[in-house]
Design a protein around this ligand. Structure first.
Ligand SMILES: NC(=O)c1ccc[n+]([C@@H]2O[C@H](COP(=O)([O-])OP(=O)(O)OC[C@H]3O[C@@H](n4cnc5c(N)ncnc54)[C@H](OP(=O)(O)O)[C@@H]3O)[C@@H](O)[C@H]2O)c1
Length: 289
């Protein structure tokens, strides 16, 4: 029997590469997205449908699952991938911005999980793959609300796996480091909604993270590969870390005390490292051109 995966946020980046990966392996793919009318590639591939699904709109979740079941008859794997980053000093965000971050990254992921669970449980087989981040177990400056959302995904997934195991449903957590996707462009909310300027001196830290993202990013296809492996991994392994940056950061978070980790971050994102990093990346770019 051909298996079926439902993926959220398949319009670009990791979600899109994941849809292509599963399609190449002969799976049926429900590559869900907010605006399927804009899609020009995935919906033309055999075995792929692109239902409309906005994780913040419950009626679209139900409709997308119904459409997938009507077309393929069953769902074997769900990849909760849809998400974006709210980045900047906490005090500069509005309530709306903070709520929207959680509505998408946390409550949206829970809503999709909740909607598909009766089906997976009845089937007594299935896997839920949650795209968290290395930001779900580590900490960077000026990422407070994004971190909170991804730490929530980690805690949720970790606990959920106990209650689903008796029903044959596995829960996997994907922890990419920096990945070259729209996340660093249109999928980041950096708006200073309150107009508070007290934190403007932190801007170089944000710039540094952006510049680092441009240099050390992993490709979304590598994350798709990890999602593919996690989906098919019958072992009890729960976390899949992708990228050298993610491995190093999570190792540091594990072995260092809170104080030592804080010192490391403060040093890394201090004025001198920012200047050195800028010079280094400028040199690299000059040599590459
Ligand atoms: N890129 C990184 O460095 C990185 C690192 C670690 C983890 N992640 C995580 O990876 C996931 C995918 O991000 P990406 O890097 O692939 O970025 P991306 O290319 O911007 O993809 C984000 C996807 O999420 C969708 N989305 C956003 N809000 C949605 C909503 N309310 N309902 C349904 N879909 C929604 C977007 O759809 P639209 O096209 O409609 O906007 C888009 O398809 C996110 O959860 C992100 O937090 C990314």
């Amino acid at each position: 029997m051909t298996r079926t995966v439902l993926i959220t946020g398949a319009s670009s980046g990791i979600g899109r590469e994941t849809a292509l990966r599963f399609q190449r392996e002969g799976w049926n793919v429900a590559a869900t997205m907010r605006s399927p009318e804009k899609e020009t590639e995935l919906d033309r591939l055999p075995g792929v449908v692109c239902p409309a699904l906005d994780v913040t709109r419950p009626e679209t979740i139900t409709a997308a699952i119904d459409q997938t079941l009507a077309r393929f008859g069953h769902i074997d794997a769900v990849v909760n991938n849809a998400g974006y980053g709210l980045i900047g000093p906490f005090e500069t965000f509005s309530e709306d911005q903070i709520e929207r971050q959680f509505q998408t990254n946390v409550f949206g992921l829970m809503a999709v999980t909740r909607a598909v669970l009766p089906h997976l449980r009845a089937q007594r087989d299935g896997v839920i793959v949650n795209v968290a981040s290395f930001a779900g177990r580590s900490i960077f400056p000026y990422y407070s609300v994004y971190h909170a959302s991804k730490w929530a995904v980690e805690g949720f997934s970790d606990s959920l796996q106990y209650e689903l195991k008796p029903y044959g449903v596995r829960v996997k957590i994907i922890e990419p480091g920096i990945v070259k996707t729209e996340f660093w462009g249109r999928s980041t909310d950096r708006a200073n909604a309150t107009g508070i300027t007290a934190y403007d001196e932190g801007q170089p830290v944000l710039d540094l993270i952006d510049e680092a993202a441009g240099v050390i990013a992993t490709l979304p296809a590598d994350v798709a590969e990890a999602i593919w492996r996690a989906t098919n991994d019958q072992s009890s392994r729960q976390r899949y870390v992708i990228g050298v940056d993610a491995h190093l950061t999570l190792m540091a978070r594990k072995v260092l005390s809170d104080g030592m980790y804080r010192t490391l971050m403060t040093t890394l994102f201090g004025r001198r490292p920012v200047a050195t990093f800028r010079k280094l990346t400028a040199d690299l770019k000059r040599r590459a051109s």
